[in-house]
Design a protein around this ligand. Structure first.
Ligand code: ZN
Length: 228
């Protein structure tokens, strides 16, 4: 009864529409779960239909490129990403990772990955924010796919501002300067699934993929929560 009373006073809010959640709903309400703009790219696999994969053509070999959602600058997806990044909703990332991981698992992708690696934040930004918003998503994916994950493999050595990612990264002609592989022995011969929150130009994921491939990882795939 106390729980019911408290939830009347402080209802849990849907991270996508800001409406109170009903009993039994968690993080995202049923209506939003139905209406979120899913890409369904995992259904097509590595084919010409996969426009995300095309962004890496001629830059870095990417086995699979997926995104859970289409990025929208207004509405549900924008709210979800904002909460994930700035409102401390770490568990939301894990929740989304579990949901998407279950879909990927059902389509047989678990057998394609040996290790899941989130794109790291620079240590100063990590200290400011308190958490890496991509890490929860990676953790949820890892749990659903039953594949190990690690946030110790990569380090972001250069503090690129997320707002101007592309131009800032472009200035670093040598992309290995931005991301360093800290545990080369963990990377060697592995098929790695790289995980980030949002894919826009793909420059960040590209830089990470280069670093991993240079240290002997056998194959890189990428996935994000949302892709523009
Ligand atoms: Zn909702």
């Amino acid at each position: 009864m106390l729980q019911d009373f408290l939830s009347l006073l402080f209802p849990e809010i849907c991270h996508a529409c800001d409406q109170p959640l009903a009993r039994g709903e968690h993080y995202i309400c049923t209506e939003c779960n139905v209406k979120l703009p899913y890409t369904d790219l995992h259904v097509h696999g590595a084919t010409e239909l996969n426009y995300l994969q095309q962004r890496f053509w001629g830059k870095v070999p990417v086995r699979f490129a997926f995104s859970y959602l289409h990025f929208r600058s207004k509405g549900r997806v924008q709210r979800v990403l904002h909460k994930l990044k700035y409102k401390g909703a770490q568990e939301l990332g894990e929740h989304l990772g579990k949901r998407y991981g279950a879909l990927l698992y059902d389509h047989g992708y678990a057998a394609h990955f040996d290790l899941i690696v989130p794109v790291p934040l620079h240590r100063l930004k990590l200290r400011r924010r308190g958490y890496n918003q991509s890490e929860g998503f990676a953790k949820g994916l890892a749990e659903a796919l039953q594949v190990p994950w690690s946030s110790k493999v990569l380090e972001r050595a250069v503090d690129t501002d997320s707002q101007t990612k592309k131009s800032r990264l472009d200035r670093w002609q040598n992309v290995e300067q931005v991301f360093l592989v800290k545990q080369a022995e963990e990377v060697k011969g592995k098929r790695i699934l790289l995980v980030d929150d949002v894919l826009t130009t793909g420059a960040t994921l590209e830089a990470c993929a280069h670093a991993l491939l240079q240290h002997g990882c056998s194959e890189v795939s990428v996935t994000t929560i949302a892709a523009a």
